[in-house]
Write a protein that binds this ligand. Sequence first.
Ligand code: AGP
Length: 618
Amino acid sequence: MCGIVGYIGEKQVAPLLIQGLKRLEYRGYDSAGLAIAKNGTILIRKEAGKIAELEKLLVDEPAEGTYGIGHTRWATHGPPTTRNAHPHVSEKGDFALVHNGIIENAGALRRLLTERGHVFASETDTEVLVHLIEEIFNGTADGPRAGKLERAVETALSQVEGTYGIAVVSTLDPGKIVVARLGSPLLIGVGEDGETFVASDAAAVIAHTRNVIYLNDGDMATITQDGYTVHRPAQGPVHREISHVDWDLSEVERGGYAHFMLKEIMEQPSTLQETMRGRLLEDEGLVKLGGLTGMDEELRAVQRVLILGCGTSWHSGLIGEYMLEDIARIPTSVEYASEFRYRRPVVEPNTLAIAISQSGETADTLWAMREAKQMGATTLGVVNAVGSTIARETDAGVYLHAGPEIGVASTKAFTSQVEVLAMITVHLGRLRGTLTASRGREIVRALQQLPEQVERILEMEPALRELAEEYKDRSNFLYLGRGYNFPAALEGALKLKEISYIHAEGYPAAEMKHGPIALIDENMPVVVIAPRDGVYDKVRSNIDEVKARGGRIIGVLSEGDEELMKVVDHVISIPRTHDALTPILASVPLQLLAYHIAVLRGCNVDQPRNLAKSVTVE
Ligand code: AGP
């Protein structure tokens, strides 16, 4: 997954592109580059490593010009080297292109172009595209000279299989940036005084404009100093609404915290509040979800819910499954999106497919949702990124309103996802008569207490930092939970492993006796989530099994559980709440534990190795 920026206007473009790329660095950060067009030449500056490396290069080799494109990369084809960094340039050097996505038929196209004498400088799929555009612009055996950049780009893309968000400039058709998107996000930032931007997401442009146009899959656009036109192949110009971005750059900045991840953990009292704002009707024991307005009949007819997601979003989906069956009594199943798509699933009539995705751009989830939709399901997005592809392609949706989540490890999005799933559960249960008003009120009141309860949990940070100090050098962890907190155990394990690189596994607590208990000894820390919920007594006996084998236990317990506090080796106390909401309260201290262990181990917490914030490739 990569980040793209572009600018056309009166100002020197290099500093603007660098600033925009820095706002997108969380999307991919293994190499970066710029292409700046000026007086019939294209200046290319690119470097492996973080964007700071590119900045150093620009000091030594300045690039002046008033329009250009930039790219920050997360490698998919070819290692993260300078040679493979974008922008890529055509054979004769007249075209430069940046790309986010995967060209699946790049091999075949590369062979064809090689036979025609093209020599490639990189191992990337992207470079094939810019060579193809040049061929088509200049005319080849296959066709007449395109002669216009947008026409050459359109024809080239008609030969491409895969996904792309691209921006292209050319010395042969100067003064314009041509962009196109299919499967990777791209927007136009509508500036003033002849300034226009393009970017992968709004974080890169809101310092200059809050007026953006989210391009749809299949859209192309031509940007010049006179403005922009959006067009579609075979259709010509199309109209696209301008949206107003309402979150502030400060929300994107770290806000004084050492890492985005810590900022986002500490933001959870307010993000949980924002997610619920205007959506709870306490007296009636109802919730009001604007995105589901007018769907009552359809939702009453739902026979099964199918939840699709990846990683942390899959974990929140598991909690949603327990909620929907336990509370709303709707048959529900959860699928890894990447598995669902290729296993020839059966989607019965009256299925509601819920696609959960913080970024709204995860390719596995997007394509699984499209598959379910194509098979007749009604699709519902539970998404954070406004205007993202999943949000725009699902039939309906509920936004998290948790603000941009920059840290690669998802934290505030997870707790808000669980909150939204609880609200959807209440909505469906009350609509279908499987949840009484009084039980609905119980859940609504429990939701209303969450922000203050999480505030109290966050006060435990110093104690969790101490606990991290004691366990930071362990090589393995087990996380155990039952019922609603089995997914919370999975999520706690994922947080630890993805930022500290310690091996950690989550298990249903009762599953230990079927094999994993063989791992237990004094070197294996075991985190057990054991709040006073419906399965407390069962988990209690699982704790005894672990203790009997010398395991050291970090217990996530309900406040006041004096009995269990005597049994475990370390206590993390959380307030009492509705069983279905305990995963929210249990996951917050485990986020902090993982964060501090990773910091103590000197890991790059916000940009862990090998990971990117949104995986827009399969
Ligand atoms: C979570 O901490 C990970 N970064 C990852 O598992 C993530 O949840 C997954 O890639 C799904 O992303 P999405 O929610 O944006 O679709």
